[in-house]
Design a protein around this ligand. Structure first.
Ligand SMILES: CC(C)(COP(=O)(O)OP(=O)(O)OC[C@H]1O[C@@H](n2cnc3c(N)ncnc32)[C@H](O)[C@@H]1OP(=O)(O)O)[C@@H](O)C(=O)NCCC(=O)NCCS
Length: 304
């Protein structure tokens, strides 16, 4: 069998999305594999944000059999969801998709790269180790139910450009060049959710890139924090509360967020504030580097 690897076209998206659900649903043993991540869109939303994502497909002739997505967060990058149609597993297709993925990191000048995977799968760990990605700490995918009104502290009132500049300045202090402005633009341009902020003087003490409800990465009834950063613990706690206020205001029943347990203070703060782990993954980073993760880094994001 020969396979071509090329950028995904818009017309490939329905089949790419179908394979994504089928592959994860099959691997996880769901009774109805296609029910995986029902109501959430992690494929089209990324394809429509080319400033911070690249999308590759593996084709046998004209038939799509797998795809992968690469995210650009400035000096940091991650990839996934990487999926292959189940009847094509173990034929080397994931590895073919990882070739342009590594080239993309190099072209972007990414200094540190990571991924989220299943800690209990020798195949997944072995596959990624071939590319110098090594297992590190667990990533806790957490959720907190929200009901009734929640009062939030004051938000930043500047323009989008001012918000992006303030967010970039904050993430840059955590890891030089870390920059999620592409994610902020994607959420605002595609109306996927909102950027939640906690004001600190004239600037921000914390911000969260939040997907909200159907058609976003969150799914039908949730706010999903795709990335968040805070200067210190008090801002982080206020930020979580502000995300819960967003959920209440938008009629969502939960806030979901992934936290890397390497960020110990953030993980403990989430548990203390009522977040409960629903699923655990493991972070793998290239060269076993630390990147922006640190015990005192108040940062959220699960790299899925
Ligand atoms: C995970 C997935 C993308 C892999 O795709 P694939 O095309 O089957 O993978 P490949 O055939 O390219 O490579 C698999 C590699 O894992 C290696 N592997 C398998 N079992 C292994 C083990 N026990 N220990 C070490 N390595 C192992 C294989 O040896 C193979 O490398 P090889 O070609 O040198 O033998 C695919 O199974 C899938 O879609 N799964 C469901 C969705 C998913 O889990 N996505 C990834 C989320 S992080």
């Amino acid at each position: 069998m020969t396979f071509d690897i090329r950028p995904l076209r818009e017309s490939d998206l329905p089949e790419a999305d179908r394979i994504y659900r089928l592959a994860f649903g099959t691997f996880m043993g769901l009774p109805d594999p296609m029910a995986f991540a029902a109501g959430a869109d992690s494929i089209g939303t990324r394809w429509r944000a080319p400033a911070c994502n690249a999308a590759f497909g593996a084709f046998e002739g004209e038939t799509l059999v797998g795809s992968n997505y690469v995210a650009n967060w400035g000096s940091f990058g991650f990839f996934g969801p990487l999926t292959v149609r189940p009847d094509y597993w173990s034929k080397g297709i994931a590895q073919r998709l990882l070739e342009p993925t590594m080239d993309t990191f190099a072209n972007w000048g990414v200094r540190q790269a990571g991924l989220f995977t299943f800690p209990n799968s020798p195949k997944h760990l072995g596959l990624y180790q071939k590319y110098d990605f090594w297992p590190q700490r667990l990533i806790a995918l957490t959720a907190k139910k929200v009901s009734g009104e929640v009062a939030a502290s004051a938000a930043f009132e500047g323009s989008r450009a001012e918000l992006i500049a303030a967010a970039r300045a904050m993430s840059d202090t955590m890891y030089p060049g870390l920059d999620v402005s592409g994610e902020i633009d994607a959420v605002l341009d595609q109306k996927l959710g909102e950027i939640v902020t906690v004001r600190d003087g004239a600037s921000i003490g914390a911000f969260a890139v939040c997907h909200v409800g159907p058609g976003s990465e969150a799914g039908p009834k949730a706010v999903y924090i795709k990335f968040a950063a805070a200067r210190e613990g008090k801002h982080f706690g206020a930020l979580l509360t502000a995300c819960e206020a967003l959920a209440a205001r938008r009629g969502m029943s939960a806030v979901t967020a992934g936290v890397n347990t390497a960020c110990h203070a953030a993980y403990r703060k989430m548990l203390a504030q009522g977040y409960r782990t629903q699923f655990t993954g493991v972070a793998m980073q290239r060269g076993n580097g630390a990147g922006y993760l640190a015990p005192d880094a108040f940062v959220l994001g699960d790299w899925r």
